[in-house]
Design a protein. Structure first.
Length: 397
C-alpha cells in the first residue's frame, strides 16, 4: 500500500448551491411505473423434464482464463406448442455470489413477422425453496425483471420501456452483474437499472432462455446466442486492507493506493467521519484510473452531502465532470459511510450505504490505472486522521 499526496482542490460552493437548488442528480435513475401489462401469458420454467440442450459452437478465439464458463455460441430451438420456457443452462457446478453473466442474442426474426423474447435466468436449485431471477427483453420494446420461488407466487418486480434495444433481426448484448445483493443490468453496453438481488444466494444455475411469454416463438425458428460467459468476481479480488489517512494540508490530498493497474473494477470501502465537533468540512472518496497526477479520475464525497467527479487529462487538472447530492449521507462524528464504485468501460456507477446514487460518464479516460482511497480532497478540509476499513478492489473483464 503506497501513501501519496498531491495538491488539494479549491471547493466551489457556488456549484454546490446550484446543486441544492436544482437537485441536478437524484438517487433514482429514472421514474416509471413499477409494473406494466406488457406481455402475453408468462410461461413456466420447466423443472420436471431435462432442459433442452441446443447446439454449442465453441468460440474460435483465445478464451480468457478468468472466465468460469465460456465463451460459447449456440442456438435454442423454438417449440411453441410445448408451453415451456426454453433454456440453455451453462454446464458446471456453481456456487456464485458475485458474478457477471453476458451473452449476445441474435433476434430470431424481424419483429414485423412475429414477437419474440429472450433473457437470462439465475437460479438457486434448492429442492425445498427453488427460486430464480429472470431478466427478459422483448420485441415490443420492453424489458422485465421477475422473481420466482416455488413457495411464493411469481412476481414481476419491474418492467419498463427500453430504448437501447436493436430490432429487425439484429443483435443485442445483455449483461447482468451481481454484487453484494445488487444487480446491474446493461443492454448493448448501456446501463439500464440497478436491481435488488437479495432474495437468492448462492446461485447454482445460470441459463439463457427464449419463449418466456406465449406467442413469442415460431415453430422451427431458433434464437442464436454468441459469446456467452460467466465471470466469478470473487475469484478476481485483491487483498482487503484497512488503515488511516493522515490529512495534512501542507502535503495536500492523501491517498492510499493498492498499486494495481485496472480499467474495469469494483472498489469498496467504509470511511469513519472525523471525531470532533466543529464547522470545518471534510471529504473522502476514490482516485482511479490513475497514471499520474495529470491523468486520473477523482471521486469526492464531502460533509455537505455532495459528490463530485473530477478528471485530470490533457494538461487540464481537476476538471469537474459530474456532480450531485447524497441525501442520506451520514455526516455526524464517527458515523460510517460505505462507498461502492463500479467502473465498467465508459460507465461509472456509485452506491453509498447500499443506495444507488448516480451513473456517470467515464469515456474521456479509459486507460488502466491505480485505484486508491482518498481524503482531504479540498483545500479547506479538516486536518485529521481519517480511518477507513475493508478497502477492496475486484478486477472486472
Amino acid at each position: 500500500m503506497l501513501i501519496v499526496s498531491c495538491s488539494p482542490i479549491d471547493y466551489d460552493r457556488s456549484v454546490i448551491t446550484a446543486i441544492s437548488e436544482s437537485s441536478k442528480k437524484t438517487e433514482t435513475k429514472k421514474a416509471g411505473s413499477a409494473t406494466h401489462t406488457l406481455f402475453p401469458t408468462k410461461r413456466p420454467i420447466n423443472t420436471k423434464t431435462p432442459i433442452i440442450t441446443p447446439k454449442q459452437i465453441p468460440i474460435k478465439t483465445i478464451i480468457q482464463k478468468d472466465y468460469l464458463y465460456g465463451p460459447m455460441s449456440g442456438s435454442i430451438i423454438h417449440e411453441p406448442n410445448d408451453n415451456w420456457v426454453k433454456l440453455f443452462r451453462a454446464d458446471g457446478d456453481y456456487s456464485l455470489e458475485n458474478f457477471i453473466v453476458e451473452a449476445t442474442f441474435i433476434d430470431p426474426y424481424s419483429n414485423t413477422i412475429e414477437s419474440w423474447d429472450y433473457g437470462i435466468v439465475m437460479k438457486n436449485s434448492d429442492s425445498v425453496y427453488r427460486s430464480d431471477y429472470s431478466v427478459i427483453v422483448s420485441s415490443n420494446n420492453y424489458w422485465s425483471y421477475d422473481f420466482y420461488s416455488n413457495n411464493l407466487a411469481e412476481k414481476q418486480l419491474f418492467s419498463d420501456k427500453i430504448y437501447s434495444i436493436n430490432l429487425n433481426s439484429e443483435k443485442n448484448r445483455m449483461k447482468i452483474l451481481v454484487f453484494d445483493n445488487i444487480g446491474l443490468f446493461f443492454l448493448n453496453d448501456k446501463f439500464e437499472k440497478s436491481l435488488d438481488f437479495s432474495k437468492i444466494k448462492p446461485y447454482d444455475s445460470i441459463s439463457l432462455g427464449t419463449g418466456f411469454f406465449s406467442g413469442n416463438e415460431i415453430d422451427g425458428k431458433e434464437t442464436k446466442y454468441q459469446d456467452f460467459f460467466i465471470y466469478d468476481i470473487n475469484q478476481n479480488k485483491f487483498r482487503t486492507t484497512s488503515g488511516i489517512l493522515n490529512i495534512n494540508k501542507e502535503e495536500g490530498i492523501t491517498f492510499n493506493s493498492r498499486q494495481i493497474s485496472v480499467k474495469n473494477f469494483i472498489a469498496k470501502t467504509t470511511f469513519i467521519n472525523p471525531d470532533s465537533i466543529d464547522d470545518i468540512p471534510w471529504s473522502y472518496g476514490f482516485q482511479f484510473r490513475y497514471i499520474d497526477a495529470n491523468n486520473r479520475y477523482l471521486l469526492a464525497i464531502d460533509s455537505l452531502k455532495n459528490w463530485k467527479l473530477y478528471l485530470s487529462s490533457g494538461g487540464v487538472s481537476n476538471n469537474l465532470v459530474d456532480y450531485g447530492v447524497i441525501k442520506d449521507l451520514n455526516t455526524s462524528i464517527l458515523e460510517r459511510n460505505s462507498i461502492l464504485l463500479f467502473a465498467i468501460d465508459d460507465v461509472g456507477i456509485l452506491f453509498v450505504n447500499g443506495t444507488f446514487i448516480a451513473e456517470f460518464d467515464l469515456s474521456n479516460a479509459e486507460e488502466p490505472g491505480e485505484v486508491a482511497v482518498a481524503g482531504g480532497i479540498y483545500s479547506k478540509d479538516k486536518r485529521t486522521n481519517l480511518p477507513y476499513y475493508d478497502f477492496i478492489v475486484f478486477r472486472l473483464p
